[in-house]
Design a protein around this ligand. Structure first.
Ligand code: ASP
Ligand code: MG
Length: 432
């Protein structure tokens, strides 16, 4: 049997009792004949607490030291978990990201993995031990300093290790049973998705579904590494994130039909982390939109949707609106304020009481009328659409923040995504 990589999130290892429970599961996998590599997150809310601690002593902690501090969280859980496994009579060895061969660039707080050289992990497996690896961290190839991959980065560690070790599967254990057609906290009859393609999962993750880190899905797609998202609190089969072809074959088998078509809509995602900025009264001339977007790019701000209105005939002035992470709102406003004289716009408007609702599904490529149906459902629910953007397999709208729940429910019902039995159980976590 091959190698299985299992990743346990913070809520699955929140305290000693949880760690002992997880240890049982790991030992059971090992006893079933697999070589097991485990990636762990920090216990519970440890990472947030360490950030709070850093902020108490410094308003702007240096990246190098912050990374050194935060990686301590995962060190605690890996060592304690290894002890718990040892207590069950199996040998387990813990490794920091650096020891596990996770080599990154030197961007503290958002380092990218550039190579994985897991020779020590392979040696541990060869000697019959279970390897426990600290998630979300690595070592810079150039500076040799300890780095972190960004919040939620343990998922990426797990997929990267699974790919480097040619594992059979990367199992991501969390506090829900899998990936749902919508957030079960908002839509009580949301259904668990049995299989979803990398492409759809990327759109879900990029548009607010927090269950998997975006980069981990990208990494899995590039390496064709199947991900199995499941609960560490139950034995149920979770959601498989796999190649699109595998989804289609599975759906055909399940429905006993031979149509090789994909579900039209797989899920509804929402995002409360965006803000909208409107630059009002921009002269409608060549190069002005470019100047505005360049200022944002120079400030390292990732923008999401952009809309430029047709200019009013009388004034030849137009408005440009765009959305961006709320966390970057202040930086963006400052960068744009500096452009006021150069561009000669009238004023800036900042609105952070907006949210994004997206429907995602590979089958929409070949089905007409999906946009109409989505917008009709929003209209019937009294939700006003402020901005629209689409990809081949996604339609997103910006709505007022206090209408997100209504919009998600409306779309979920319109596309008949729900189930009659309530199946979503949230087992743990503080949602912090
Ligand atoms: N402990 C880190 C965080 O909270 C990494 C992770 O959990 O994936 O962001
Ligand atoms: Mg996570």
């Amino acid at each position: 049997m091959g190698i299985v990589v299992q990743k346990y999130g913070g809520s699955s290892v929140a305290d000693a009792t949880s760690i002992k429970r997880v240890a049982q599961r790991i030992v059971a996998t090992k006893k079933a004949g697999h070589d097991v590599v485990v990636v762990v997150s920090a216990m519970g809310d440890t990472t947030d607490e360490l950030i709070d601690l850093a902020n108490q002593v410094s308003p702007l902690p240096p990246g190098r030291e912050l990374d050194m501090l935060l990686t301590a969280g995962e060190r605690i859980s890996m060592a304690v978990l290894a002890m718990a496994i040892g207590n069950l009579g199996q040998e387990a060895r813990s490794f920091t990201g650096s020891q596990a061969g996770v080599i990154t660039d030197s961007e503290h707080g958002r380092a990218k993995i550039i190579d994985v050289t897991p020779s020590r992990i392979e040696a541990a497996l060869a000697e019959g031990a279970i390897a426990i690896v600290a998630g979300f961290q690595g070592v810079s190839q150039t500076t040799k300093d300890i780095t972190t991959l960004g919040r939620g980065g343990s998922d990426t560690t797990a997929v990267a290790l699974a790919a480097a070790l040619h594992a059979e599967v990367c199992e991501i254990y969390t506090d829900v049973d899998g990936i749902f057609t919508a957030d079960p906290r908002i839509v009580p009859n949301a259904r668990q998705i049995p299989r979803i393609s990398y492409e759809e999962m990327l759109e879900m993750a990029a548009n607010g579904a927090k269950i998997l880190h975006l980069r981990c899905v990208e990494y899995a797609r590039r390496n064709d590494m199947p991900i199995h998202v499941r609960s560490s609190f139950s034995d149920k089969v979770g959601t498989w994130v796999v190649k699109a072809d595998d989804v289609v074959v599975h759906q055909a088998e399940e429905n006993g039909v031979n149509t090789m078509e994909q579900a039209i809509i797989s899920g509804v995602a929402h995002d409360r982390s965006e803000a909208k900025i409107t630059v009002v009264g921009v002269p409608d001339k060549v190069g002005f939109a470019a100047a505005i977007l360049q200022a944002l790019a120079d400030a390292q701000i990732n923008i999401d949707m952009v809309v430029q209105n047709v200019s009013a005939a009388a004034t030849a002035l137009t408005d440009i609106s765009f959305t961006l992470p709320r966390a970057d709102g202040q930086t963006a406003m400052t960068a744009l304020a500096r452009l006021k004289d150069e561009v000669g716009y009238e004023r800036l408007q900042y609105d952070d009481s907006v949210g994004k609702v997206s429907i995602v599904g590979a089958g929409m490529r070949s089905s007409p009328g999906i946009t109409a149906k989505f917008f009709r459902s929003l209209a019937d629910a009294g939700v006003n659409i402020e901005m629209i953007s689409t990809s081949e397999i996604r339609i997103s709208v910006i709505v007022m923040e206090n209408q997100i729940d209504a919009a998600v429910n409306a779309a979920h019902t319109a596309f008949d995504l729900g189930t009659d039995e309530v199946e979503a159980v949230v087992y743990g976590g503080t949602g912090r």
